[in-house]
Design a protein around this ligand. Structure first.
Ligand code: ADE
Ligand code: ZN
Length: 369
């Protein structure tokens, strides 16, 4: 089969032909505390005397997390994190979870991953936030050494709390050691990003990087504030940007000013398909705006959000998107190259992944098929 035949394949044929796990992939949006292995949660609970788990059977625990996260709204989706954070309160637990994250990425065919978390949620055992970050960085470094996956760490502030400046200063303090940016996470409705504007301005003054969860559980106002008050360079989800795009009777699009701005400024949208279904950001994956955005030139990428909660992997997200939106191998390459262009890693490192790993990887797949 030559390149032209392959490019012409419809998504379903591609699913039959390709080993999606081997496809070199880039992940920009995953929560460290949303992607633990169920067996690790149980072992860490035993080691650390955490008593809150509903079961000590790994299969049942996984199913319990999935059920809990799939109730169609973000506040309930986030409830399971009390348990994952509950077992991540020591240096060794944090280091292990970070190390296993990199190992999982390797298994999933991810060559560059940005992972995020809120250090504040890991201080109940007496660690300082600096100790928490240091332990996670140590696990990520050890993982890279063993598995070769490149990474960046993003520090999250939480929308319902008022100490986002502490998180911003922490992110800046650790940038030389592998922290690449700053995010605002947590329940969206009722917690507008502009309340945290001072923290974002501190990040901007430090010439640092900003991504913000916006347009997941709230609409255009949240996306607009994230961009125009808080200076977001990327958006987490942005699913509801769809509300600013009107499909006319002749099939042409009429964009509102916000959607036009996002398109023109090439703002990367970190889209998370399964998570959006589970939190109610989208009720029917076939109607997910990913397809509309991608076909019309928006800079989108595929992500997992919370692998444990949403029972997903990059391989699953990629297969799903390929089936739903009839992606070709060239589309998949474009998606991952544009994800890598949008990474918060330094420019030289981004080019290295694109030209030394992604492009040769896709070229090899084309010649194998
Ligand atoms: N934290 C973990 N997953 C999240 C999500 N989907 N939205 C906001 N905060 C989160
Ligand atoms: Zn998220």
């Amino acid at each position: 089969m030559d390149e032209a035949d392959l490019a012409a394949l419809k998504g379903k044929d591609l699913v039959a032909v390709l080993d999606f796990r081997k496809l070199p992939k880039v992940l920009l949006h995953e929560h460290l505390d949303g992607g633990l292995r169920p067996a690790t949660v149980i072992e860490l609970a035993r080691e650390n005397g955490y008593k809150g788990l509903p079961t000590e059977d790994a299969g049942e625990l996984a199913a319990w997390f999935h059920r809990g996260a799939q109730r169609g709204n973000l506040p309930e989706y986030l409830e399971g994190f009390a348990h994952t954070c509950g077992v991540m309160q020591s240096k060794s637990a944090l280091e292990r979870v970070a190390y296993e994250f990199i190992e999982d990425m390797h298994e999933d065919g991810v060559v560059y991953a940005e992972v995020r978390f809120a250090p504040l949620l890991h201080t109940e055992g007496g660690l300082s936030q600096d100790e928490v970050v240091n332990a996670v960085l140590a696990g990520l470094r050890r993982g890279e050494k063993d598995f070769g996956v490149k990474w960046g760490l993003i520090i999250c502030a939480l929308r319902h709390l008022s100490d986002s400046m502490v998180a911003a200063e922490l992110a800046i303090r650790w940038r030389e050691a592998g922290v690449v940016g700053f995010d605002l996470a947590g329940g969206e409705s009722g917690f507008p990003p502009k309340k945290h504007v001072d923290a974002f301005h501190a990040i901007q003054r430090a010439n640092f990087h900003i991504t913000i969860h916006a347009g997941e559980a709230f609409g255009l106002e949240s996306i607009w504030q994230a961009l125009q008050y808080c200076g977001a360079h990327r958006l987490g989800h942005a699913t509801r940007l769809r509300d600013d795009i009107h499909v006319m009777d002749d099939g042409s699009l009429k964009l509102g000013t916000l959607a036009q701005y996002v398109l023109d400024c090439r703002i990367p949208l970190e889209m998370c398909l399964y998570s959006n279904l589970h939190t109610g950001a989208c009720h029917d994956l076939a109607q997910h705006p990913f397809g509309l955005f991608f076909r019309n030139g928006f800079r989108v990428c595929l992500n997992t959000d919370d692998r444990l909660m949403s029972d997903t992997t990059m391989t699953k997200e990629t297969i799903l998107a390929t089936e739903l939106f009839d992606l070709s191998l060239a589309d998949l390459e474009r998606l991952n190259v544009s994800a890598m262009k949008s990474a918060f890693a330094p420019y030289g490192n981004r080019l290295q992944v694109i030209f030394d790993t992604l492009k040769p990887g896709y070229a090899a797949l084309r010649s194998e098929a």
